[in-house]
Design a protein around this ligand. Structure first.
Ligand code: TXA
Ligand code: MG
Length: 314
């Protein structure tokens, strides 16, 4: 299959929407990372998302919609959901809520769970596409399962070219980390740290979030330990450098090959993280050593991704 490269203009949105309506797959930019989109009501399209990524079927997908009002058609709404959605949507926050009956969504999207992960992205290209398509779009990150997430159209082509119908090129993603996932089917629980800092969510709810324990596979089935893996090995919290290593720095470090943020800014580091990992991996070092990153704000999500990138691989 030839993968078309589409531009974010009228013709591009029309073509992308037409492909989605026919059950095809379109990668598109969101403010977090590029998503691999398919019609969430179409079993074949959703099955093809899993196939294109090599993703296990028990790992459910996030449904993307154009507005809070549309989201309410699919999930049982709560006061807490309303509070978070009214403050943070559109934006890098995914809510997991009880799935309503008869939504028309493919059961493959939720891997038969009684809950649905849903979000309203903020990126203008994602929004324009959702409005043009006028339906729910299931979209995991547009990378082969287990690999580094894509923050540019070229990252998507590198991983999925020939396996999907089109890539809508909207430039680099601004946030650079996947959405923060909060479970609201029960006590508010952080299921995945991400592009919206936990501190902001806790301030909005005036309570601390429970943190999901990764030995509970059903509540966040996708949180496998090895993920975001480059070809090179990864060593975290590096304060020195061995001969077989290249340094991905943070803050004022001297000998870094690349630096996530020379000034030590976590927002900048988040936006650079996956792109720098893609670039450094292409240089072919045996090991990428990474400077310590403070574990607050977006640093929590950055460290979560780095721990998975460093985890033993299957
Ligand atoms: O920023 C993002 O969230 C990006 C963009 C494209 O929106 N998407 C993304 O999707 O990161 P993905 O598939 O790579 O990660 C979704 C995560 C997985 O860990 C999955 O297990 C979890 O969400 N998830 C999906 N549905 C769930 C549910 N009903 N309950 C708990 N976790 C769920
Ligand atoms: Mg992913």
């Amino acid at each position: 299959m030839d993968t078309e490269r589409l531009l974010p203009d009228d013709a591009g949105y029309d073509r992308a929407s037409q492909i989605l309506h026919k059950g095809g797959l379109v990668a598109f930019p969101t403010e977090t990372v590029y998503g691999l989109g398919g019609d969430a009501r179409n079993d074949m399209a959703v099955a093809r998302i899993f196939e294109a990524k090599g993703r296990p079927r028990f790992n459910p997908l996030i449904v993307h919609v154009d507005s809070l009002e549309t989201a309410k058609r699919y999930v049982t709404w709560t006061d807490t959901a309303d509070r978070l959605a009214s403050i943070f949507w559109p934006g890098p926050l995914t809510l997991v809520l009880p799935l309503k009956d008869d939504t028309g969504l493919s059961p493959l999207v939720t891997a038969d769970l009684p809950t649905l992960a849903i979000r309203v992205p903020e990126h203008p290209v994602a929004n324009a596409l959702l409005r043009r398509f006028n339906g729910p779009v299931a979209a995991p990150s547009a990378n082969p399962s287990g690999k580094i997430s894509p923050t540019k159209a070229d990252h998507v082509s590198k991983g999925l070219s020939g396996r999907i119908e089109a890539i809508l090129d909207g430039g680099a993603c601004g946030v650079g980390l996947e959405s923060t996932i909060v479970g609201l089917a029960d006590t508010p629980t952080l299921l995945r740290p991400g592009g919206l800092p936990i501190e902001a969510i806790e301030a909005a709810l005036d309570t601390t979030l429970e943190v999901h324990k990764s030995d509970d596979p059903l509540s966040a089935p996708g949180q496998m330990s090895s993920h975001y893996a480059p070809s090179a090995g990864i060593r975290l919290n590096a304060t020195d450098l061995a001969d077989n290593e290249m340094l991905l720095g943070f803050g004022a470090v001297g000998e870094a090959t690349m630096n996530l943020s020379p000034s030590g800014d976590l927002t900048e580091a988040a936006a650079n993280l996956f792109h720098h990992l893609h670039m450094m991996d292409a240089l072919g070092p045996e090991v990428i050593a990474i400077s310590p990153i403070p574990d607050r704000g977006l640093g929590r999500a950055i460290n979560d991704r780095l721990r998975r990138a460093a985890a033993p691989r299957p």
